[in-house]
Design a protein around this ligand. Structure first.
Ligand code: FES
Length: 169
């Protein structure tokens, strides 16, 4: 497809758009193809913003409203960019009273991004959540599948360093 037609061409690389086109060609015209196609595309781009949803809608001949419904229904799809290492910082009551806000601010300062966004190199993203189910060990944050409990502001740098080193994969 014509690359100039991409409204967010600057967000993704030419190589990523090529992969998206390949995925769309693989699934076009096949029944039940939307979810696997979206999964593969998210594997390439990391997230499924509206521009991608519109593009997939055109490519697969599926109404964009239907695609939006699927993306917002399944929690493994995301419309916001996520980094390779996705941080969830709990600001629920138990965590809040034990200093979670300071932890969040330290995360934001250290990574140079605000909660809800992703670093330019797509290594880290931050999400604020309301409870991670470990209130007794507040303040709590998770990095990918790892849970960090009773986190102090002074530990944030070391926690991030652990993941910044694992750039492989
Ligand atoms: S309020 Fe943070 S884990 Fe429950």
């Amino acid at each position: 497809m014509d690359q100039t037609a991409h409204t967010h061409a600057d967000t993704f690389t030419a190589e990523e758009w090529k992969r998206i086109d390949e995925i769309i060609s693989t699934y076009a015209g096949k029944e039940g193809s939307l979810i696997p196609a979206l999964e593969e595309i998210q594997g390439v781009t990391g997230f499924l913003p509206e521009s991608i949803q519109r593009y997939v809608a055109g490519g697969l001949g599926i109404p964009v409203s239907h695609i939006y419904g699927v993306v917002t229904f399944y929690s493994f799809f995301t419309m916001k960019p996520r980094g390779k290492h996705h941080l969830r910082c709990c600001l629920g009551t138990a965590c809040h009273v034990r200093g979670a806000k300071r932890n969040l601010e330290k995360l934001e300062r250290t990574l140079g991004i605000k909660a809800g966004s992703c670093t330019d190199d797509r290594m880290f993203s931050i999400e604020v959540v309301r409870c991670l189910g470990a209130c007794g060990l507040a303040p709590v944050m998770t990095v990918n599948d790892d849970t960090h409990k009773q986190v102090r502001e002074s530990q944030i740098g070391d926690i991030l360093d652990t993941y910044a080193d694992s750039q492989d994969g």
